[in-house]
Ligand binder design. Structure first.
Ligand SMILES: Cc1cc2nc3c(=O)[nH]c(=O)nc-3n(C[C@H](O)[C@H](O)[C@H](O)COP(=O)(O)OP(=O)(O)OC[C@H]3O[C@@H](n4cnc5c(N)ncnc54)[C@H](O)[C@@H]3O)c2cc1C
Length: 232
């Protein structure tokens, strides 16, 4: 599988502003780059999980963790004792990535196979929320992302739970997005080959909710409205 040549990374035909820094500028297949905030926000808002890469004396790590966006920051949370949280509090430089796969791109030649995707990479440092009220408000925003309105229903975190939790945020100032859409791009000499060519689309669906066996409460709106057949 290759996604590294211009031939098999069809331009996403999106307008792009300038890269915010040298290290965030897409060089490889730069026509698929996008630096618009709206694009970045859409990729983050469609995700429940990001991957955070950082180093410590033991080496390089890349940790999946839940995320959400508030304004111009991406937020994460974790136990005060987590290695990742400790490194973030130390001011570690990080690279955060999010990837959505939209399809498998089947070309006539093996090397022109690709994937349709939307991805982003965010560089910088996390900072911790200090005020308990800010932590509580941000955890509410996280709950709201999972199920809008549930932040008013679930038992709020108590003082002990909040104290044991670190909420961190990174500014969305230094980031790049890269997107591929469309059909396979075969070399001219391969286009007549008797091999099926096209895209196998991939979508994320909201499946029917599964109530807990001991649930005694009628499903609220956000549960009843969860099951949809269209793409998220
Ligand atoms: C689902 C998926 C599958 C992929 N499969 C392959 C594969 O099999 N082989 C392969 O070589 N590449 C693959 N890619 C592309 C890969 O992510 C890189 O873009 C590519 O390898 C070039 O890396 P680079 O460091 O040389 O890029 P450069 O262009 O040198 O990177 C410079 C900067 O561009 C930005 N950037 C680069 N890539 C991305 C990205 N994907 N999303 C957001 N910002 C980015 C970052 O800010 C980065 O620091 C895949 C991407 C996705 C999303």
């Amino acid at each position: 599988m290759s996604t590294s040549s211009p031939a098999n990374e069809t331009p996403a035909a999106l307008t792009s502003a300038q890269a915010p820094s040298a290290r965030s500028r897409v060089r490889r297949v730069a026509e698929n780059a996008n630096y618009e905030r709206e694009t970045l926000y859409a990729i983050i808002d469609a995700a429940y999980v990001c991957h955070i890469a950082f180093t410590d004396p033991h080496g390089t790590h890349c940790i999946p963790t839940a995320c959400w966006r508030e304004g111009q920051h991406l937020y994460i949370h974790g136990s005060n004792g987590s290695r990742m949280v400790k490194r973030m509090l130390d001011g570690a430089q990080v690279c955060v990535t999010i990837t959505h796969i939209d399809g498998l791109v089947l070309a006539r030649s093996a090397f022109n196979h690709s994937m349709n995707y939307r991805s982003c990479m965010i560089y910088g440092q996390f900072e911790a929320l200090v005020e308990t009220a800010d932590k509580r408000s941000s955890m509410d925003a996280f709950m709201h992302k999972i199920a809008p309105g549930r932040e008013h229903e679930a038992r709020p975190g108590n003082a002990k739970e909040l104290a044991a939790t670190t909420v961190l945020r990174i500014p969305l100032d230094e980031a790049a997005c890269k997107l591929r859409r469309g059909p396979p791009v075969d070399d001219a000499q391969d286009q007549g080959l008797p091999v099926w060519a096209g895209v196998l689309p991939l979508q994320q669906f909201q499946a029917p909710p599964i109530a807990a066996s001991d649930n005694v409460v009628a499903a609220p709106d956000y549960v009843r409205q969860w099951h949809r057949s269209e793409e998220r």
